[in-house]
Design a protein. Structure first.
Length: 481
């Protein structure tokens, strides 16, 4: 890289055939803001908005970028590395660097298997990426993965950011904000101390929950409020972890006069952290919708998953939330080692017991580094080559004909049984969601039934997730904006 500030291109690649997005990518937003604060010029291309690879390559050819950064997810990871290879072909002098959860999980393996990739970055990159772009020596950049002249791959030691308030939240300068839905994503914390056997958050974001100050969160909300935004989605993995933090954020919203908000927490919150007092307070400042990570329908399977909660706690939280008129989504996983078909019936019964908006059942995925992945390895339970299967997750998403393809099998539930189970659970999900949509359309009288039927079809939902005009219309109806 040259001595002057380089021109940087940030690419947010598409990992599935789903296009459109309700909000700009948060991680890319944080990186862009870090570059902006350091006065480093950059461009952003979010390929989820429909920008094809050919357009990206043409841009790279016509305008030289010294640094091209890509965030990589385990889902469909080959797409990301194929893009990097093609970028390198048309612009061999550009320096390519990859970050994101897949890199953090696999570390030096990323450079070893992808010779067209020059560098990679482990963990949080806001500060390290700026150092990199400013030409700091590779050996002095925390978390950087790089090659010595001898070909040896080095992974620099790193640590998690201790004070999230010290990094700037995204303003999304240079993003195509008008092409997203009306929602803005917010994070108020990072990290997770819990040990769920299938979850990689503790590996990619640390085991300690680190909180932003409520004042910092208030500043961000007020900034976008003044820009006309009213829908915010709190994307923390543990938003309700600290009651004091939750009340502090609520106080900031009230103190600043941010009225008429629709607030969500779609990533899910822990049931054991919810109290009636907290739910009432959240609702008072605009919270309307959130998810609860249930995972399983009985205590035996929850213990296997190391969830650290009981069914009694989970049911209490669901019941309180529904009684208060909050829109609740439930998240389940299926296929846990030791889980039987009878156990899954318990999950279905719980999903159908309360008037929730929806209940999603996820095909359990053994992500690298997790305890589940270790179990699958040790028991030789993969249904194919592990990285091939993990790459195929982009074909395993909600609308694919292969969405129920198992990654592994257990003694309790075999391959064919899992495929049939996936179809049944998809049907359960659609039926619960239709009822939730009927309640959403209650004011339309008998028309709520055909409207709910149409909106509950797979075809409509696929169109919805690929079309931001439909998203905005849904937001107006759903949240009475």
């Amino acid at each position: 890289m040259g001595t002057s500030a380089p021109r940087v291109l940030l690419l947010y690649q598409v990992y599935s055939d789903e296009l459109g997005s309700s909000r700009p990518p948060l991680g890319t937003g944080y990186l862009a803001q870090a570059l902006s604060e350091a006065h480093i010029p950059y461009d952003v291309v979010d390929m989820k908005l429909g920008h094809p690879e050919s357009e990206v390559l043409k841009r790279v050819q016509s305008r030289f970028y010294e640094v091209i950064g890509v965030s990589v997810f385990t889902v469909g990871h080959r797409r990301f590395f194929d893009l990097i290879r093609r970028v390198k072909e048309v612009s061999p002098k550009s320096v390519t660097i990859a970050g994101g959860p897949h890199v953090t999980l696999l570390r030096e393996q990323i450079l070893r298997e992808n010779p067209d990739l020059d560098f990679a970055q482990v963990g949080e990159a806001e500060l390290s990426f700026v150092d990199f772009c400013q030409g700091v020596e590779p050996g002095k950049i925390p978390g950087l993965i790089w090659r010595k002249a001898t070909g040896e791959i080095v992974v620099n030691p790193t640590d998690w950011l201790k004070d999230l308030t010290t990094i700037a939240w995204p303003r999304y300068t240079g993003f195509e904000l008008d092409k997203y839905g009306g929602e803005m994503g917010i994070i108020t914390s990072r990290g997770c101390p819990y040990g769920c056997i299938f979850c990689s958050v503790g590996l990619t974001m640390g085991r300690k929950v680190r909180l932003r100050s409520p004042e910092s969160v208030g500043n961000e909300l007020e900034y976008w409020y003044r820009q006309g935004r009213r829908i915010f989605n709190f994307l923390d993995d543990n938003f309700t972890f600290s009651a004091d933090h939750v009340y502090g954020v609520c106080d900031q919203i009230e103190k600043r006069g941010l009225t008429g908000l629709t607030l969500r927490a779609s990533n899910g919150v822990r049931a054991d952290k919810l109290t009636r007092e907290m739910l009432v307070r959240l609702k008072s400042v605009g919270f309307r919708s959130f998810g609860i990570g249930v995972e399983a329908g009985n205590d035996r399977v929850l213990a296997i998953l190391k969830k650290g909660e009981t069914i009694a706690q989970i049911e209490k939280a669901i019941a309180m939330s529904c009684e208060l008129g909050l829109e609740v989504s439930l998240f389940f996983v299926y296929g846990t080692p030791g889980e039987t078909l009878a156990d899954i019936e318990d999950s279905i019964r719980l999903a159908q017991k309360y008037p929730v908006f929806k209940a999603d059942f996820y095909n359990l995925i053994p992500l690298p580094g997790t305890a589940l992945c270790k179990w699958v390895d040790e028991n030789q339970a993969w249904t194919g080559q592990p990285m091939e299967l993990l790459n195929s997750m982009d074909k395993n998403l909600r609308f694919s004909k292969d969405s129920g393809k198992p990654f592994f099998v257990t003694r309790e539930i075999g391959y064919r049984e899992r495929q049939l189970l996936a179809r049944r659970l998809r049907s359960v999900t659609l039926n619960i969601q239709r009822k939730g949509i009927e309640r959403m359309f209650e004011r339309f009288g008998v028309m709520k039934y055909p409207l709910a039927w149409v909106c509950g079809t797979t075809a409509f939902q696929k169109a919805f997730f690929n079309n931001n005009l439909l998203r905005r219309a849904s937001e107006r109806i759903r949240f009475k904006q």
